[in-house]
Design a protein around this ligand. Structure first.
Ligand code: CMX
Length: 390
């Protein structure tokens, strides 16, 4: 059997800000996430520590087990957490070892994880946590659209700023944006959608940037969201830019990753070269054949759209974070630079060590970048009244 890996060390602290600054100095990394874990009565503050993390535990109320710990013992190491791939099996194994998990079943922990504990009395005075990263299944809402529906995965509190998340060509939320969406959900009201004819959304005719922008508008209307941040990967970025250009009053700010607006015959062929790989992944999709046909027609039109985009994008006033992977195997870095050059309020980020696929990105690097970009955006100056149309 492989040994279990240390996932994080939990440290109970009285003053999370001061403790956070101290450990930032010691470890050399920055706090990258805060999260309230209501079930445990704590707020967690994460810092990177090599392959593991430090989890500073801030008490939220007197009922929290960490409050009792602080009262009895003061600040200090509170628990060690080990990563498992099957948390139910880990619970059974602990019971077979004669150890008693503190809960009958795994409970929700920080980071979308499922967790359980062993009592410190059974484990040499150390509270031991087991955690499984496998995320809870996404819940899908069917938003009526033309004669069918759009599949939307809603996460996070509706009181938070809305963030629409758009996948790439021949992709879907489940395959591409889900992990990123989960990481952003504690801070935003995430609406991750499958474009028409993709993933779990029904087909609604030929693909076009207008259709995808209309998908976004429909989802915002359905959820009663006036203005939103947009994130788009690859073709999703293209659609996000198109949306921002045509619905400026509904756009707070944007982030696009792995997106090019300068398509030529070579990019069309390179994109088509990715279809077989997608085919093996999309075996269950009823739309598969039509998806490839519609995508082929759509991307063949894109080289003819370059001039149109070049004329329209300088009018996008929303701040845009343009990011690209330094080893993107579909678009050269120049594509990102060219795009950034067209956008009046844009910043460029080059992310290390990744190819085109969004799933290959180091989210520990990318998520803080995105959060800062969205959170810095000017959100007070809400334009009112009539929205633009395509
Ligand atoms: N590490 C080591 N010893 C601990 C401990 C810890 N984290 N927490 C409690 N103890 C010790 C206490 O000091 C006490 O020892 P003494 O009997 O020698 O005084 C003993 O365990 C009993 O402690 P208690 O305060 O009387 O509390 P309970 O037995 O009611 O609860 C425990 C202890 C472990 C069952 C409870 O704290 C618990 O359920 N912990 C798991 C949940 C938790 O800690 N959640 C926060 C983690 C947040 C996250 O990572 O998401």
């Amino acid at each position: 059997m492989n040994t279990l890996a240390l996932e994080h060390v939990g440290i109970a602290v009285e003053a999370p800000d001061a403790a956070g600054r101290l450990f930032e100095k010691i470890l050399g990394g920055r706090r990258y996430k805060q999260e309230t874990v209501g079930d445990q009565g704590v707020r967690t503050h994460f810092l990177p520590a090599g392959a593991a993390k430090l989890e500073l535990l801030e008490v939220l109320g007197p009922e929290s087990p960490v409050a009792r710990f602080l009262e009895k013992r003061g600040e200090g190491v509170h628990h060690l957490a080990f990563e498992v791939t099957d948390i139910e099996a880990a619970m059974d194994r602990m019971r077979h070892l004669g150890l008693t998990p503190l809960s009958d079943a795994p409970r929700p922990g920080a980071d979308g994880k499922r967790i359980f504990f062993l009592h410190p009395k059974d484990t040499c005075g150390v509270l031991v946590e087991f955690c499984q990263s496998t995320p809870v299944p996404l819940e899908m809402t069917r938003v009526p659209y033309r004669n069918g529906h759009l599949a939307v995965y809603e996460m996070g509190a509706p009181a938070n700023p809305a963030l629409v998340m758009l996948h790439g060509a021949i992709g879907s939320t489940q395959r591409e944006t889900a992990s990123l969406a989960r990481r952003l959900a504690p801070h935003f009201h995430v609406l991750a959608l499958d474009f028409s004819g993709h993933g779990a959304s029904t087909d609604a005719g030929p693909f076009s940037a207008d259709l995808f922008a209309d998908n976004v508008r429909t989802v915002l209307d359905h959820f009663g969201v006036e203005r939103a941040h947009l994130f788009g990967f690859s073709m999703g970025g293209y659609a996000a830019l198109h949306f921002a250009a045509h619905y400026p009053k509904r756009t707070i700010c944007l982030a696009v990753h792995g997106t090019s607006i300068a398509w030529d015959a070579a990019t069309v062929n390179a994109m088509k070269g990715r279809f077989p790989a997608a085919e093996t992944l999309e075996k269950t999709s009823e739309n598969k054949q039509r998806l490839f046909e519609r995508t082929t027609r759509f991307i063949r039109m894109l080289p003819g759209q370059t001039e149109v985009m070049e004329a329209v994008l300088p009018r996008v006033e929303a701040p845009v974070l343009v990011s690209a992977a330094d080893r993107d195997n579909l678009f050269p870095l120049e594509a990102a630079l060219r795009l950034q050059g067209l956008l009046p309020q844009s910043r460029l980020a080059v992310l290390p060590g990744a190819r085109h696929a969004l799933t290959a990105l180091d989210l520990d690097v990318y998520v803080p970048l995105l959060r800062r970009h969205f959170e810095n955006a000017e959100v007070n100056n809400h334009p009112q009244g009539e929205q633009g149309g395509t």
